[in-house]
Design a protein around this ligand. Structure first.
Ligand SMILES: Cc1cc2nc3c(=O)[nH]c(=O)nc-3n(C[C@H](O)[C@H](O)[C@H](O)COP(=O)(O)OP(=O)(O)OC[C@H]3O[C@@H](n4cnc5c(N)ncnc54)[C@H](O)[C@@H]3O)c2cc1C
Length: 413
């Protein structure tokens, strides 16, 4: 990460300080943090910058300028992020600037389809926040998430994609062939097609050390990071199907897998449960509440846990922990859109919309395209889509496939 060009002066108890820090974090902009409760020089700088007032957060920039308690919009403007679109209407609006959204955008823009991407945080999506990706085709030595997202962005820009940042899509509605998105600043933009590429979020434990060791011992994807633990011991945290399945998968690499389950039983299907219980490399620890991660020099070495029955503390000495406590799709904004979601909130597309060969009235006599949603002209790709594989390569692949389907759709409207 480059040397921070911004210093944030604030205090641990100040909500606006948290908001500004979160905004910078979401956009992956490095900053120095000075808590003026502990740092008297910092406090003096704040008082001097605010003409005698102790106003926080105060943000000092490398060019000598100061912002006192800026709104997120003011901060976005100062950072040179483009937050408003050039026009009101596009051929295609893409919700989300991760690997799926940016790949689709470069395909469509390259073909002359007028495309805008709306991204609420950093371009590159979850991939941008990943330290090292080892399984992206074309990078034999692996690639950092930052480099990959920089390259995706540069390629999309080369073909003329319009990229909006620091804008969340709050709502989508359609009338006839027109689809409209409403962004967090209240603006409304219309398009002939929309691609939903808003991804999903791995549920976090929210315990001390989790953020500190993210990608450096704490992981959320066994396919992505399991191979780093060949011949070592790892722990899996969770008690459902995915924790059990991923424990089995990790035995291909790790010598020993400790499965830490909060409750007194595994909530996986019977077949998987039996496989896990019988597996010689897996040891299950029931009633185990994980409380924190500890390590040194940016490497995890201990999981701190507590036996919820006896109250006793137990440490698990492992270099790797995989957290599988669920995945939440970013689909809250689709509430009134008419887009069908599955029971977990992921977007349903293509053949999965057709039941018992029955025609879907809104598609006339024809079937939706493979990546089309229940609303004709609205497509979905990547992690947000039901049954997707939650990998960068497949998200990018779905983005490319969706772009070609959108091209077909645009020829019909
Ligand atoms: C820690 C971690 C490590 C990983 N490691 C690997 C790995 O090694 N290899 C691998 O192949 N995969 C890995 N993955 C998975 C991979 O990152 C994802 O599968 C991939 O990024 C999915 O791409 P996507 O474009 O579908 O969604 P995302 O990358 O999630 O991008 C979606 C984007 O949409 C934006 N967004 C969401 N809601 C809105 C809204 N309402 N308005 C505007 N924007 C919105 C989000 O801010 C985000 O930028 C990892 C994931 C994590 C979390």
């Amino acid at each position: 990460m480059s040397e921070p060009q911004i210093t944030v002066y604030g205090a641990f108890w100040c909500p606006d300080c948290h908001r500004s820090k979160q905004f910078l974090g979401e956009h992956q902009i490095p900053y120095h943090w000075v808590d003026i409760e502990d740092d008297k020089t910092g406090e003096q700088i704040v008082i001097h910058a605010n003409k005698g007032k102790r106003r926080i957060p105060t943000l000092a920039f490398a060019d000598g300028s100061i912002l006192s308690n800026p709104s997120n919009t003011e901060l976005a403007a100062k950072l040179g992020l483009k937050t408003t679109a050039d026009r009101h209407h596009y051929d295609l609006i893409i919700a989300g600037g991760g690997p799926a959204g940016l790949t689709a955008a470069l395909y469509t823009s390259r073909e002359g389809i007028d495309t805008m991407v709306v991204e609420k945080a950093a371009l590159g999506g979850q991939a941008a926040a990943t330290m090292h990706l080892d399984n992206v085709p074309g990078f034999p030595d692996g690639v950092s998430g930052k480099e990959l997202s920089g390259r995706l962005r540069a390629q999309a820009e080369r073909f003329g994609v319009e990229l909006l940042q620091a804008q969340q899509i709050d709502r989508i509605h359609s009338h006839g062939n027109y689809h409209c998105v409403v962004t967090s600043d209240g603006s409304e933009y219309s398009a002939l097609a929309i691609l939903l590429a808003t991804g999903s979020r791995y549920r976090r434990l929210g315990i001390p050390g989790e953020e500190d060791y993210l990608g450096a011992g704490v992981h959320f994807c066994a396919t992505c990071d399991g191979p780093f633990y060949k011949g070592r011991s790892v722990a899996v945290i969770g008690g459902g199907n995915s924790a059990a399945e991923e424990s089995l998968f990790l035995t291909r690499f790790a010598d020993r897998v400790s499965l830490l389950v909060r409750g007194s039983e595994l909530k996986a299907s019977q077949i998987i449960r039996e496989k896990v219980l019988d597996h010689p490399q897996i040891k299950i620890h029931f009633n185990t509440e994980v409380e924190g991660f500890r390590g040194a020099e940016s490497k995890l070495h201990t999981i701190q846990a507590r036996d919820s029955l006896s109250g006793e503390s137990t440490d698990f000495e492992v270099p790797g922990a995989f957290v599988f406590i669920g995945l939440d799709p970013n689909t809250a904004f689709l509430g009134s859109s008419g887009v069908l979601l599955d029971s977990q909130g992921f977007v349903v597309t293509g053949h999965s919309l057709v039941h018992d060969g029955e025609a879907i009235p809104q598609f006339g006599g024809s079937e939706p395209r493979i990546l089309e949603t229940s609303v004709p002209g609205i497509f979905a790709a990547g992690d947000v889509r039901a049954d997707s594989t939650k990998q960068v390569a497949s998200a990018a692949g779905e983005g490319a496939a969706a772009a070609l389907m959108i091209r077909d759709h645009l020829n019909t409207v």
